[in-house]
Design a protein around this ligand. Structure first.
Ligand code: GRF
Length: 215
């Protein structure tokens, strides 16, 4: 018997290429009930991608709120109206308050364009080139109160080539993001992922080992 689709909400801020990869993967073989895509940026191209796919959209402009807490409260209300079992951050560029993170603990995932714990924060590709690391990549992790510091679920790595610039390296990483994120969401939808004592478990086994799953 097939599993019911897992209700999910996606938070975005920009271009939405990861959202597109998730939508496309889910169209091919549905595992998520994509109930709503929410953006803090009303003009985000990601919203148009969602509309094209027939997914309900909502913009909540963070600039209309006097504090981070007020914005997060409005965001939580809009999320909870869709009763998601999974909250997917896909290029969502707002730091979330501790209360918000706590509310969705164990059911909020993010993708970060670096091999965490290396290069948390912004400008990861430029920093990887400057640091002359041989490998770079992307990480899917549970969201915790520490920015880009939650339990690692899976990484995908790519080589840093001698003539790479930020653009070429970003493109190589992004292609891996588009493969990795849908795969991890599929694990979540199948009930194979769990957060326990600050560690991510896949089928009951710790999944923060090295090398990454493609290594
Ligand atoms: C991606 O690189 C993702 O890792 C990071 O933000 C970027 C979003 O890109 N969190 P897109 O909006 O999915 O195209």
């Amino acid at each position: 018997m097939s599993r019911p689709l897992l209700p999910a909400v996606v938070l975005v801020s920009g271009r939405g290429s990861n959202l597109q990869a998730i939508i496309d993967d889910n169209t091919r073989d549905p595992c998520l009930d994509l109930r709503r895509v929410i953006s803090n940026q009303p003009q985000a191209p990601a919203l148009e991608r969602a509309r094209q796919a027939g997914v309900e959209t909502l913009a909540i402009d963070h600039r209309r709120f006097g504090s981070r807490a007020a914005f997060d409260a409005a965001l939580a209300e809009a999320i909870d109206a869709s009763s998601p079992a999974l909250l997917v951050l896909a290029g969502f560029m707002r730091v979330l308050t501790a209360g918000f993170v706590q509310r969705y603990a164990g059911r909020m995932l993010n993708i970060h364009p670096a091999l965490l714990p290396a290069f948390p924060g912004l400008h990861t590709h430029a920093r990887a080139i400057a640091a002359r690391v041989p490998w770079h990549g992307a990480t899917v992790h549970y969201v915790s109160h520490e920015v880009d510091g939650g339990a690692v679920i899976a990484r995908a790595r790519v080589p840093v080539l001698p003539d790479d610039d930020e653009t070429t390296l970003a493109a190589r990483v992004l292609a891996e993001e588009h493969r990795l994120y849908p795969e991890v969401l599929r694990w979540f939808a199948a009930g194979r992922l769990r957060l326990q004592d600050g560690r991510a478990l896949l089928d009951g086994q710790p999944c923060d080992g090295w090398p990454p799953d493609d290594g």
